[in-house]
Design a protein around this ligand. Structure first.
Ligand code: EPS
Length: 446
């Protein structure tokens, strides 16, 4: 499975070509559009999002709503193109003398890109380096996500930090998602009933990377048995909560504080970064491989997440927190029962061991730096005149962490779908599903 994207931020459109999908996958445009709309949302976006209304158009590889097995070409129009036609014209008519950018913005690809490609107009760099490109990645990732759904694999992402404001650390033996659900109101008491027990599987007592729970020793989870694998948390309810949150944060109080922080940053002419977490449920053990460096799924996921504009760090499972703990408090002990097969009571590894999925939910987090386009001026030097100046802008996002979370879901979906295609192959979805079922049947014999 592979894909390429093309498109400038103020060019006519963004394009992606996807190759390697099985035939027979249902692929409604609405499904992709829903993810595109989520990416456009989020408190803290700038004026551009009022202009764009991203909609996908399939140009190839899909007929009657199903994939054909041929390459899928998709297209997302840039509405802003209307105001940029003369400047961005691909032909000789382009007004190359207008809206010329010679002042590199600190934190952007501007200076390095202009030096590398020999551009005297930084517009030639920023147009492609822009996070506008992530619309194409979300579209491609939605296609991957659709494939994963067919295999019973579900993805959910949520924002856990914006600037200094973070969701409270869950207590020992508490999972961040259950803590957020409880806080959402009325869920606490009914928790055990309405919240499928799979939530506990999500991060177990380790609480994944979120908990920072350094006090929990291995094997101290007592007799609290994890639910059988394959059980999900109430993703439907979690997604409803996420859709209702302008910052895509499940913890209401924190979400409000995040918005206040974004307002403050906007007033101060500043920008904010943050952290999002992606979880994936229903993964079988055995995706990815330990046999070669470039087949390790942790490396692929980290690479995919790091390739998102402004992402500066990735953690899997306990992540950096694990470096401060003794091994006995980091590794997930292995148990066996006739009914459940091999299982864990904790998920500090975040669902990956040796670069291979271990059957537990995947937990990855990514840190985004504050957007470098600031109203508050930062010092820089003109590319041509070499004169110092103070870099500032007229239009920008203050915070794009919620949007980046949706992009994160997309790129994680892509890597997982690619790993599934590698392992289960098949030219048709039916063939792929049969291969998958055979593997699941085999696992039951182990
Ligand atoms: C971006 C700058 C802003 C963002 C843009 C990414 O665009 P503009 O300079 O046109 O106002 O709105 O994001 C998108 C267009 C998008 O679809 O996410 C940047 O410099 O990266």
């Amino acid at each position: 499975l592979r894909y390429l994207t093309a498109g400038e931020s103020h060019g006519p459109a963004l394009t992606a070509i996807i190759e390697g999908l099985p035939a027979g996958l249902a692929l409604p445009e609405d499904y992709v559009n829903r993810q595109l709309a989520r990416r456009q949302g989020g408190y803290g976006r700038g004026g551009r999002m009022r202009i764009e209304q991203d909609q996908v158009r399939f140009l190839a590889g899909v007929r009657g709503g199903f994939t054909l097995g041929s390459p899928v070409a998709l297209h997302i129009e840039n509405r802003d193109w209307a105001s940029w036609q003369e400047i961005m014209d691909p032909g000789a008519a382009a007004r190359l003398d207008q809206r010329v950018v010679t002042r590199p913005r600190p934190g952007h690809a501007d200076l390095a890109g202009a030096l590398k490609y020999g551009h005297r107009d930084i517009r030639n760099v920023l147009e492609r380096a822009s996070a506008r490109e992530t619309a194409a990645r979300v579209a491609a990732g939605s296609v991957a996500r659709r494939l994963l759904e067919e295999l019973g694999i579900e993805i959910i992402g949520h924002v856990v930090r914006i600037g200094p404001v973070a969701v409270p650390e869950p207590g020992r033996d508490e999972d961040i998602l259950s803590a957020c659900l409880a806080e959402a109101g009325g869920m606490a008491e009914q928790g055990a009933v309405t919240m499928p027990t799979g939530v506990e599987t999500a991060a177990g007592e380790g609480g994944g990377m979120c908990s920072g729970d350094v006090s929990t020793g291995a094997g101290t989870s007592g007799e609290r048995e994890m639910p059988p694998p394959g059980k999900f948390p109430d993703l439907f309810h979690l997604r409803e909560l996420l859709d209702a949150s302008p910052v895509y944060c499940l913890h209401r109080e924190t979400a409000e504080a995040m918005m206040r922080e974004i307002d403050r940053a906007r007033e101060a002419g500043d920008s904010l970064g943050g952290v999002f977490e992606i979880r994936v449920y229903g993964l079988p053990p055995g995706l990815g491989s330990y046999v070669h460096w470039d087949r390790r799924l942790d490396g692929r996921l980290a690479g995919a997440l790091m390739s998102i504009q402004a992402i500066k760090g990735v953690e899997i499972g306990l992540g950096f927190a694990g470096a401060a703990l003794p091994g006995s408090q980091v590794h997930d002990e292995i148990f066996y029962s006739r009914e459940r097969g091999f299982y864990r009571r904790t998920n500090r590894a975040g669902g990956l061991e040796g670069g291979v999925t271990n059957g537990e939910p995947l937990i990855v987090r990514a840190a985004m730096k504050p957007i470098p386009t600031l109203y508050k001026p930062l010092r820089s030097v003109d590319l041509i005149s070499k004169e110092p100046f103070a870099a500032s802008v007229e239009r920008s996002d203050v915070c794009a962490v919620p949007a980046a979370c949706v992009v994160g879901e997309a790129v994680v979906a892509w890597e997982l779908a690619a790993a599934c295609v590698e392992k289960f192959g098949g030219d048709t979805l039916q063939e792929m599903k049969a291969n998958y079922q055979q593997y699941l049947d085999y696992l039951k014999t182990r």
